[in-house]
Each structure stands twice: as structure tokens, then as C-alpha cells.
Design a protein around this ligand. Structure first.
Ligand SMILES: [Zn+2]
Ligand SMILES: [Zn+2]
Length: 100
């Protein structure tokens, strides 16, 4: 057990804002902290589910997969799920690829 520290991956920001999307940091699991009760090593036994729209997912390294979808955020549906932090609900919002 170590003292909790600010996550070095996200700098305590708990993730990355991508347009209307907020991707939870995979290193700290979206908590902004590592160590203590949030030890990355102990979490290996129970990895958190990946965020629903992880654009850096290894699947996109496959050229066939990347070509099959015009937009890797919405997969061509032009809508993406976003967390409305005020209401605490998941909402559908137009994808970034629609704005242009
Ligand atoms: Zn982090
Ligand atoms: Zn899109």
C-alpha cells in the first residue's frame, strides 16, 4: 500500500476532454489519483470497463477496421453519447464530424 498520488497520466484531471466527450483516464480509472486504495497493480485483477468511445483503442490500429467506419467517434451514426454532468445522465449529442 502506498500513499495516493496525483495520477501522472492525466495530472489529476481524471481524463481527457475530446470535443463533447470526456474520456476517463485509463491509468487511474478516472479517479485522478493512483496509489492507496487505487493501486494500479491491484486493479489488474479487476480491470475497469473501457470507456464506450475510446478513440485510442487498439482496434483502430487495424487498417481494415479504421477504414470500415467513416468516423471513429460515432462510427458513422453522427451521434455520440456524452455524460451530462449536471443531470448525471447519458445523452446523445451530434458528433464532431457533423459540424463541418
Ligand atoms: Zn489518470
Ligand atoms: Zn462522427
Amino acid at each position: 500500500m502506498t500513499d495516493p498520488i496525483t495520477c501522472p497520466e492525466c495530472g489529476g484531471q481524471r481524463g481527457q476532454q475530446l470535443g463533447p466527450l470526456f474520456l476517463a483516464c485509463l491509468f487511474c480509472g478516472g479517479t485522478g489519483m493512483v496509489g492507496g486504495d487505487n493501486e494500479p497493480l491491484s486493479r489488474c485483477e479487476k480491470p475497469p470497463p473501457p470507456p464506450p468511445t475510446a478513440t485510442n483503442h487498439p482496434i483502430w490500429a487495424d487498417p481494415a477496421t479504421a477504414k470500415a467506419f467513416p468516423c471513429r467517434l460515432c462510427l458513422g451514426s453522427h451521434q455520440v453519447t456524452s455524460i451530462d454532468e449536471v443531470a448525471g445522465t447519458l445523452v446523445m449529442v451530434p458528433c464532431r464530424c457533423v459540424e463541418s
